[in-house]
Structure formats: C-alpha cells, structure tokens
Design a protein around this ligand. Structure first.
Ligand code: CP
Length: 317
C-alpha cells in the first residue's frame, strides 16, 4: 500500500491487517508512556484546506506518538489566501523533506490528485475530500464496532459478518457514509441507508438496502445506528422543509432511543448537532461510542502512518 485514498481500494486482508494493527496501537495508547520510536526521522505533513477538530488533532497525536516530525498546515492564515496553488503549496511543504502528506480538502479527488500528479513522491492519506471519502473514519468506525461487539483476544471474530448497521441522515453529502459503506460491506456487515429521498445518492451503485422510514428500519433491531451530520456547508438550497420536520422523521430522538435494545451501539463521526441529528440522552448514554470513536481514531491513524512509511522498520510494541 503506497497511499490510503479510499476504503474502496482496500482488500479484505488489508482492512483486517490495519484493524489488527490499530488494536496493537490502542494497547500502546493505554500505557503511561504512549510513545514508540518507529517513525523517528520521518516527517508527516498535515495539509488541511477544510476545518477539522478530530481528524487533524488525531493525525498530529498519531505522528507524535510514533516519534515522527510533524508540520501542521491550515489553509486559513496561509499563502493560499494570496493565490498559491495546491501544487506549489505541496512543493513548498515537501521542500524540507516529507514522507507522508495527510490532506483534507473540499474538492472530491484532491487526495488522488496529490498522490498521482507526480508533484511530490510521498505517501498520501486522504483525511476527507469533499463528498467522496474519509477512509480513516471508516476504519476507526469499523475498529469501534469490532471491539465493542466482538471484544479482543485471539478468539475474537476478525470481521463484521452478521452485524447490521443503519447509516442515517445526509447520505448524499457524506464522505463518512461512502467510506463506511465500502468497508462494512468488505467486512461482511449488512448495511441499510436511512434518510430522506432528497439526501439519498444513487444507491444502486452501492448495492445496499435503503429504507426511507427510520421507524421501520429501527423496528428490525439493528446492532448499530450510525447518525450523520447534516452537511449544510455542502448544500445549495433546501433538502428538507424544516429542522423540526427533520427531527420528527430522521432525528434519533429520546423516544426513538428508548425503543432500541440496550446493546444497540449509537455512533456519530462528529461534529454532532445535538437536538437535530441526535438527542443528548443517546449521545451521552453507555451505548454511545462517540468519544471512543475519537480515541480509536488515534490508533487507526498510527496504524496507517506506520503501514505507509515505516519501510522495513519493525514495530516493537
Ligand atoms: N469526523 C471528522 O472528520 O471530524 P472533524 O471534521 O472534526 O475532523
């Protein structure tokens, strides 16, 4: 694997290997000294053209915990405002030596462009490109499901076969949904997309079930309910009549939450809008994995950086 641009490019073996490695990194992250020397002398560039809290900070922590040097670049406040192109920005940041670029961009395909343009010869990790993909989010979500549902240890199930997952809300604009759909199917999970028809993409491409009735989908007792943020920044025009109507039909309200079986996992990639997509009763419940997803994100990103740029160095965990 030279780059990580999308989960659709992963084989089942790649995915399970990355999840196993993430579990090893998670063990490191429980130690008093959360540090490995594995990427000493390597440089990681965080290249963020879009805002981020979770992804940016967790790639930063991941690089530091593996002892890599890190450049944190945000387009806001940079020479991008003076008209500098992606190519020249990348060449500038790579000039001091770089081994990996982690890129977030509002344009779908930006990570592919950076990886395949020939401008720089380094590993590229897609940290979210437009409405296309967010592969490390998909991996951290799968890691969270695997650990919560199957536990850890030699006998724990390695894939997600038999696990039923509802992905609910703004599927149309969600790169998180796309990365999850590909990966969850690869791992054997049964995926159902739920949301208003106006926020549903051409789902025949994904070969998954679609249910436009949230209450009907919940009646099937899913193992996981993954709520998505409404991506207003990617919307031009109105995709639903009002927030009130959205909550009534598509929100995980306290009433809907009360109907779920106690073992159903509640997931959200964040940032979440409480009271719109999800109520606080659900978000703050023991069934919620929202904070755990963030913690697992550090381990997944350590595993991805290690896999891409460690070369022949061993992982002495
Ligand atoms: N889930 C996620 O990508 O969050 P951030 O936008 O805060 O990175």
């Amino acid at each position: 694997m030279k780059h990580l641009l999308s989960t659709s490019e992963l084989s089942r073996e790649d995915a399970i290997h990355l999840l196993d490695l993430s579990d090893q990194m998670a063990e490191v992250n429980t130690r008093e000294v959360k540090k490995l020397p594995t990427l000493r002398g390597k440089t990681v560039v965080n290249l963020f053209y879009e805002d981020s809290t979770r992804t940016k900070t967790s790639f930063e922590l991941a690089a530091k915990r593996l002892s890599a040097d890190l450049i944190n670049f945000s387009a806001k406040g940079s020479s991008v405002s003076k008209g500098e192109s992606l190519k020249d920005t990348a060449l500038t940041l790579a000039a001091g030596g770089a081994d990996a670029f982690v890129i977030r961009h509002s344009a779908s395909g930006a990570a592919h462009t950076l990886a395949n343009s020939g401008w720089i010869n380094v590993a590229v990790v897609n940290a979210g490109d437009g409405t296309h993909e967010h592969p490390t989010q998909g991996l951290l979500d799968a890691m969270t499901m695997r650990r919560r549902i199957h536990g850890l240890g030699a006998t724990a199930q390695r894939d997600l076969s038999g696990v039923s997952v509802l992905i609910v809300g703004d599927i149309l604009h969600s790169r998180v949904a796309r990365s999850n759909i590909h990966l969850l199917k690869l791992l054997g999970a049964k995926v159902t997309l739920v949301g208003p028809s106006t926020l549903m993409p051409h789902t025949e491409l994904f070969e998954v079930d679609v249910n436009l009735d949230f209450d009907d989908a919940l009646a099937a007792n899913p193992d996981v309910v993954m709520m998505l943020r409404i991506q207003t920044e990617r919307m031009s025009g109105n995709f639903f009549p009002s927030e009130r109507e959205y909550v009534r039909n598509w929100g995980l309200t306290a009433e809907r939450f009360a109907r779920l079986k106690p073992k159903t996992l509640i997931m959200h990639p964040g940032p979440m809008i409480r009271g719109l997509e999800i109520c606080s009763e659900a978000a703050d419940s023991p069934q919620s994995t929202i904070v755990e997803q963030v913690a697992n994100g550090i381990s997944v990103r350590m595993a991805v950086l290690y896999s891409l740029i460690s070369g022949e160095r061993s992982l002495d965990v």
